[in-house]
Design a protein around this ligand. Structure first.
Ligand code: THU
Length: 160
């Protein structure tokens, strides 16, 4: 028997420490977040994606009275990028979350299903996607790649 650990590396930033282009991405994510459609959870999430051509694509969570029919901000954004800019590399993502009922002052990471969806694009482009995430206030966490926060990812290699 062999036992080993797979470390997860996270960088923590204050807003003023973010590179200028990421400050812009953060603003775009916050703007998208504030217009999320979340009448059931009152939990709003916005995602902004920076593409290789410099274009920023955004998305936010869209809820539905039939709850499972709703969708997370991250997948709305990444599928929008994939469908509108199919050949473009995804460089960075910023995810911002805010609740209408409580203070969110800790980073809110993407859910498991969104991580799997983002992984598909990282595998496809064979280049890491950097991901920043935060609450409405508080520290910002960054991972250099999706794979870092989804160790043992199912990438589909086994299907080929
Ligand atoms: N949500 C996201 O948009 N992204 C996540 O990664 C986690 C959760 C949304 C889904 C739902 O509309 C609300 O937050 C509460 O779960």
């Amino acid at each position: 028997m062999k036992k080993f650990q797979i470390p997860v590396w996270i960088e923590e930033y204050r807003p003023d420490e973010l590179p200028e282009n990421i400050q812009k991405l953060k603003k775009a994510a916050e703007k998208a977040r504030d217009s999320a459609y979340a009448p059931y959870s009152h939990f709003k999430v916005g995602t902004a994606i920076l593409l290789g051509n410099g274009i920023i694509v955004t998305g936010n969570n869209q809820e539905n009275a039939a709850f499972p029919s709703g969708m997370c901000a991250e997948r709305v954004a990444i599928w929008s990028a994939g469908s509108n800019y199919p050949g473009q590399e995804i460089i960075s993502m910023y995810i911002s979350a805010k609740s209408e009922t409580k203070k969110v002052d800790q980073p809110v990471p993407p859910c498991g299903a969104c991580r799997q969806a983002i992984a598909e694009y990282e595998t496809k482009q064979n280049k890491p996607i950097e991901i920043y995430f935060s609450g409405e206030t508080g520290p910002i966490w960054k991972t250099d790649s999706l794979e870092n926060i989804l160790p043992l990812v199912f990438s589909g290699k086994e299907l080929k």
